[in-house]
Design a protein around this ligand. Structure first.
Ligand code: DAH
Length: 334
């Protein structure tokens, strides 16, 4: 090989590089081209081996030509490599791009039933006032549900048309008042409790009746309690639950287990209509005697309210059946 041949071959290599480089599409193709030219058996590597065949006087010039070519190709390779890498990066970014304007996958979140929310809220109000939460069985005996509460055998509530009897003398409790008796029989005064729970009555379901419903019972027994304390407690409750825009009114009523007994109404200030919220009264001396308390020693008061009724008044719900229908359009509003 002569120096002139070597120089031509070098030009040929550059031409090959320049031609191939224009059409390179990927880093893999670039690497293949590099191997073809600069690899162990590459065209330029072979040309370097051919240096040996040249006479010593031409070796320096030939070496310069080949080294210059090698440097040019290596620089061009590096530049091309960076350009291809950048292009591939951009293409990958475009492919993997997230469309942030797409609506997300909606996962419905469960929440507490409105009746549970209202019950918890009522519990919290009375826990703040120093009451404990007590519970009792839903299956009761006539003794706890009626007798101990001074409800005589001829009381209409005892009628099997009003109560669900499970057997002789055993029924589903018709109110939470029997919990009063159970708690008083277990504890010595002072007693300060509320009892939330399910109650059952043989009512045909309609907008205001449900055979299953919830009550909260309150009982406070201690030395020296008067009707004024009862009024204060209920006033605190009305303010906490309904807010400052409501006023309340007491009127005479009758319950066998309280004396005197009252019915409590509330009214939004500036409106006409009074709405009943609960029955209440001073615990009847006969009830206190029944549980072994001395009515000369302690007095007490109690009330019973319906949780459904509280929720209906609070949210303006007009049909009690909505609470049981499990219609998410209704439930999801709370
Ligand atoms: N137990 C009564 C009912 O179900 C409600 C009630 C009224 C409870 C007066 C009381 C009370 O504790 O003092 O209708």
């Amino acid at each position: 090989m002569t120096l002139a041949e070597l120089a031509r071959a070098a030009e040929g290599i550059w031409a090959q590089w320049a031609e191939a480089a224009r059409n390179l599409q990927s880093l893999e193709e670039l690497e293949a081209l590099r191997v073809q030219i600069l690899g162990r058996k590459g065209r330029l590597t072979q040309l370097f081996s051919a240096l040996r065949e040249l006479p010593p006087s031409e070796k320096a010039e030939a070496g310069r030509i080949l080294n210059t070519l090698k440097e040019r190709i290596e620089a061009a390779l590096a530049e091309k490599k960076e350009a291809l890498a950048q292009r591939e990066r951009l293409e990958r970014l475009a492919r993997e791009r997230y469309d942030l304007s797409l609506p997300g996958k909606w996962r419905p979140l469960g929440k507490l039933h409105p009746l549970t929310q209202v019950r918890l809220e009522i519990e919290e109000i009375f826990l703040r006032l120093g009451f404990d939460v007590a519970t009792g069985p839903e299956i009761e005996t006539e003794y706890y549900n009626f007798e101990a509460l001074n409800i005589g055998p001829d009381h209409p509530a005892r009628d099997e048309w009003d109560s669900f009897y499970l057997g002789e003398g055993v029924l589903l409790r018709t109110h939470t008042s029997p919990v009063q008796i159970r708690v008083m029989k277990e504890r010595k005064p002072p007693v300060r409790i509320i009892c939330p729970g399910r109650c059952f009555r043989r009512d045909n379901p309609d907008a205001t009746h449900s055979p299953v419903f919830h009550q909260v019972e309150l009982l406070w027994v201690e030395k020296g309690l008067t009707f004024a304390h009862l009024k204060w407690v209920i006033g605190e409750f009305v303010r906490a639950f309904f807010g400052p825009n409501y006023e309340m009114r007491f009127s005479a009523d009758f319950f066998p287990f309280t004396e005197p007994s009252a019915q409590v109404h509330i009214r939004k200030k500036g409106t006409e209509k009074w709405l009943e919220i609960m029955g209440a009264g001073m615990v009847h001396p006969r009830v206190l005697e029944e549980v072994g308390y001395d009515p000369e020693e302690v007095t007490g008061f109690a009330f019973g309210l319906g949780i459904e009724r509280m929720a209906m008044l609070r949210y303006g719900i007009e049909d009690i059946r909505l609470f049981w229908q499990n219609d998410l359009r209704f439930l999801s509003q709370f």
